[in-house]
Design a protein around this ligand. Structure first.
Ligand code: SF4
Length: 669
């Protein structure tokens, strides 16, 4: 049974045996309002939160993609509040291409039809709700609210916007994953507390003034902050000064890594945002119970056309959350956190078994994974007690931390059990895999079984670039690691007799720090392997990632100046270089090559585009370079990882300190 979308559905669910709801408002405790169509699947945050709240004994209604006032008023004023989310994706990313042109489709709407959600969805919906129900609390969650909780650079405005708490007027933002904050808020609701006034729940943020802030916080703030209350540069300061912007970003990342820091940022002369410390990760038992809620796993029957995003997830299973990858361009770590939280194997297998009887299931489980498929368990034992390191990276360009546990045993065991379920023909791994982590494993069983059982013809991987200098900015492993993985993958594929199986590498153009010479390096590699991506993934400065901060400030993570391709022509050249075979790109490519050699007509540009931070000449072909420091793990001196075999045995870094910043917690596969 779906969560009701109308009064009539609610009435029927209450089993009063009448086909029509009474004219008066049927009371609900909460109303979920979402910018997406209602798909009752745990991959859709609004459905998950709605189900969770319902499971704790509250009555919940759903309003999806409202347009008119009447849509917002379907259930009247809920007893405890509106739970508002822009959708799975930030509404601006959902509505616009990186070129800032309007998209033609919306994956999260019925029939993929564009135009069912407004730009800045949370702001628009919240203002309407406040106008209609001024006294009813609004609690906003999801990516759009979470990543915009502090003042942030907004690519579409090309300026710094104030916190979404200020622009939208919502009472509370739940940031990160919402379950634990919701548990606490629901305890208050049970006691009859007005949720708009709750100020002490971890994982939430609110707007306050000195008159309204809790006494303790106000006192510390007036004293200029302390160890557990950090005052960030104000919105005015970060708008006027890019160094201040980076400093605020670093402090907010530090706040995410600790369990006890409250952050405060002034938005104007009178009001400031208070970000309470992050909530704890879910325990395995909590994860199990959340994913065992009675989801219908499909779209609400009111929709005649299919919601395209359902296709990806309908026969896929989430095994875990969180990611310790720290890719600069990805917001997942900032939103889900660096501590991986996994469901139990039995719980996941039960969900896999339940798929077998679902209509439309043809024997294929499309994915069992998470943000990064093979980051299935926490990065190290220390995290359980002390959380993640604020000033160290677990994996990435500097190599693995020496505390990192590299072990695919649990994930492999899960995949083995899933593929032996009666009625299941194949289990694919479609979530991104970190090939550097695979290469760091002493045991090659995962790669062998991945190649043999879990690839549907193509394994998509994300080296993201071929220039080590760009990869360093992205916090991705050296390109040599990818090349070594490619060899091993091909060997494993051959060994298991899967001749028609390929690696499909993803690359990003115009990432901050990528000069035209770096882009040419990538083209040279693509030419060598005779490969041209069909689509170019141009860097998209989405809210609150490290890479977006680099894009805006034109500084690297150590606050040193870098080149950023911002001008349309510079970006067009980098895009053209990826699609080097297309005749229409010929002129741009010739120009790019001239620029990269420093003999082009844009003499000045050539100078600015020379990356002085690379240790290797950017236009030297990567496959001819001697591998620099690569990844490995420090344990078991008598055993070798695949990388050891390929390149000798480099040392793991000992948790290298990153000066003056806490490293970005974002990634994307
Ligand atoms: S940097 Fe190392 S010690 Fe710190 S959380 Fe990551 S793996 Fe653990």
């Amino acid at each position: 049974m779906f969560l009701p979308m109308t009064k009539k559905e609610l009435w029927l669910q209450r089993d009063y045996g009448q086909s029509e709801a009474p004219a008066e408002v049927v009371g609900v405790d909460f109303v979920v309002v979402s910018g997406d169509a209602y798909v009752d699947h745990p991959s859709f945050g609004s459905a998950l939160i709605g189900r969770l709240v319902q499971s704790l004994g509250f009555c919940v209604g759903v309003i999806a993609q409202p347009k008119k006032d009447a849509d917002f008023c379907e259930f009247g004023a809920p007893k405890h509040g509106f739970l508002l989310a822009g959708g799975v994706v930030d509404s601006m990313v959902n509505n616009y291409y990186v070129s800032k042109k309007k998209r033609t489709e919306d994956e999260y709407s019925e029939g993929g039809v564009y135009g069912n959600r407004p730009d800045r969805c949370v702001d628009v919906y919240a203002k309407t709700l406040k106008r209609l129900y001024p006294d009813c609390p609004i609690i906003a969650g999801g990516l759009e609210a979470s990543l915009r909780r502090l003042a942030h650079y907004d690519y579409w405005d090309d300026s710094v916007r104030k916190s979404i708490l200020w622009t939208s007027g919502v009472d509370i933002v739940v940031y990160g994953m919402g379950e634990n904050p919701m548990f606490d808020l629901l305890e208050y609701a049970k006691k009859g507390v007005h949720l708009g006034k709750v100020r002490d729940v971890k994982g939430t943020a609110y707007l306050a003034s000195l008159d309204t802030v809790p006494k303790k916080v106000g006192q510390k703030l007036q004293e200029g902050g302390c160890k557990d209350l950090v005052v960030l540069p104000s919105c005015g300061q970060v708008s006027a000064d890019k160094k201040a912007y980076f400093e605020a970003f670093d402090l907010s990342m530090q706040g995410m890594a600790t369990a006890d820091k409250t952050l405060v940022q002034w938005q104007d002369e009178r009001q400031f945002v208070v970000v309470n410390p992050p909530s704890s990760p879910l325990t395995q038992a909590q994860m199990d119970s959340v994913y065992a809620l009675p989801f219908e796993r499909t779209q609400h029957p009111r929709y005649k056309e299919r919601v395209p995003a359902l296709q990806e997830v309908e026969f896929s299973v989430t095994a875990h959350r969180g990611c310790f990858g720290d890719c600069a361009f990805c917001a997942i770590t900032y939103h889900q956190g660096r501590i991986v939280q996994s469901r139990s194997e039995d719980n996941i297998i039960q969900e896999c078994e339940s798929l077998v009887d679902k209509p439309g299931f043809k024997g294929y489980i499309h994915d069992i994974g998470g943000p990064t498929a093979n980051f299935h368990e926490p990065a190290c034992d220390k995290q359980a007690k002390h959380g993640v390191c604020a000033n160290r990276e677990c994996v990435g360009g500097d190599g693995n931390c020496n505390q990192l546990k590299v072990d695919h045993t649990a994930y492999l065991s899960l995949l083995r059990r899933a593929r032996s379920i009666k009625g299941v023909k194949k289990v694919f791994v479609r979530s991104g895999v970190r090939f550097d982590y695979i290469m760091s494993d002493m045991d090659q069983a995962f790669l062998q079984e991945l190649a043999k059982h879990h690839i549907s013809g193509q394994l998509k991987v994300a080296p993201e670039h071929a220039s080590d200098s760009v990869l360093k900015h992205m916090n991705k492993p050296h390109f040599a690691t990818y090349l070594a993985f490619k060899q091993e993958f091909e060997k494993a594929t051959k060994a298991c007799g899967m001749a028609k199986q390929y690696l499909v590498p993803y690359f990003i153009s115009s990432h901050p720090g990528c000069t035209i010479a770096d882009a040419v390096t990538l083209t040279e590699y693509l030419k060598e392997i005779n490969y041209m991506p069909l689509q170019v993934q141009d860097f998209y400065p989405t809210p609150s990632t490290l890479a977006t901060t680099m894009y805006y400030t034109e500084m690297d993570k150590n606050h040193k100046p870098i080149f950023v391709a911002k001008k349309p022509h510079d970006k067009a050249m980098q895009r053209a270089l990826l699609q080097w075979r297309l005749p229409k790109n010929k002129a741009l490519i010739e120009e790019a090559y001239k620029l990269a050699k420093g003999v082009g007509t844009h003499g000045k540009n050539t100078a600015t585009q020379t990356n002085t931070q690379s240790n290797t000449p950017s236009n030297t072909h990567p496959s001819t370079r001697k591998p620099t420091k690569t990844v490995t793990q420090a344990k078991s001196p008598n055993k070798s990882t695949l990388l050891d075999k390929a390149y000798g045995r480099p040392k793991a870094h000992k948790g290298k300190k990153v000066v003056n910043r806490v490293h970005g917690k974002k990634r994307r596969k």
